[in-house]
Design a protein. Structure first.
Length: 192
């Protein structure tokens, strides 16, 4: 599948206003700084579309991007970033949980993004629990694979596989556009 158009639709901070037009939504969730926004850049090949920075806690809204004039990519804020205020942290956490649990929202597939160096954290475990409880189809995207050598990557993947159970793993390096085609293939399959 090729992405020929990508447009920012809106960012929401409250618990209303999700586009209810029934189009498929593919959502990226995960800890702050794991590379969710970078993955969206790598899929769309459009740096202007998404704000990516070295500052964790960059995405503060749920951002919706319409792709190929039909389906949506959804960029969620990250959880677990220590330096945002406790109030902001709680607000962001509520926003993420609302997106994943509200009955009116039915993401076609959720991509839980993790940093291959860090592995699956207790926060990620909580997200996995929610994804399973809500019965959302999901994949675990193991990002930043360029940061580890072959041997370390293999050993990290072993741990990640143990914690991931039967969840599908997709390996990526967003800033090198590695693995983008595998994520896109998963999306294409779900859209069939
Ligand atoms: N080396 C390397 N760096 C990456 C990769 N993906 C993202 N980064 C870098 O990691 C930092 C954070 O990336 P973002 O895409 O903003 O992360 P995010 O998950 O959207 O973060 P929040 O919006 O805070 O939740 C940026 O400096 C990216 O350039 C990758 O695959 N490899
Ligand atoms: Mg982001």
């Amino acid at each position: 599948m090729k992405i020929t158009s990508a447009e920012f639709i809106k960012g929401i901070r409250g618990t209303d206003g999700v586009t209810q037009d029934g189009v498929a939504q593919f959502a990226f969730v995960g800890r702050s700084n794991v590379g969710k926004s970078s993955l969206i850049v790598s899929l769309t090949n459009n740096k202007q579309l998404v704000k990516v920075s070295n500052t964790p806690g960059k995405t503060r809204e749920i951002n919706f991007f319409r792709i190929n004039h039909s389906w949506m990519l959804v960029d969620l804020p990250g959880y677990g970033y220590a330096k945002v205020s406790p109030q902001e942290k709680e607000k962001l956490q509520k926003l993420i949980i609302w997106y994943l649990t509200d009955r009116s929202i039915k993401p076609t597939r959720v991509f839980l993004v993790i940093d291959c160096k860090v592995g699956i954290t207790p926060f990620d475990e909580q997200m996995l629990e929610i994804l399973r409880d809500e019965r959302h189809p999901f994949s675990i995207v193991v990002n930043k694979t360029d940061k580890l050598g072959q041997k370390d990557l293999a050993s990290q993947l072993k741990h990640i596989r143990e914690a991931a159970g039967d969840a599908e793993l997709i390996l990526t390096a967003a800033t090198k556009v590695h693995g983008a085609k595998d994520v896109l293939a998963r999306i294409a399959q779900a859209l069939e």
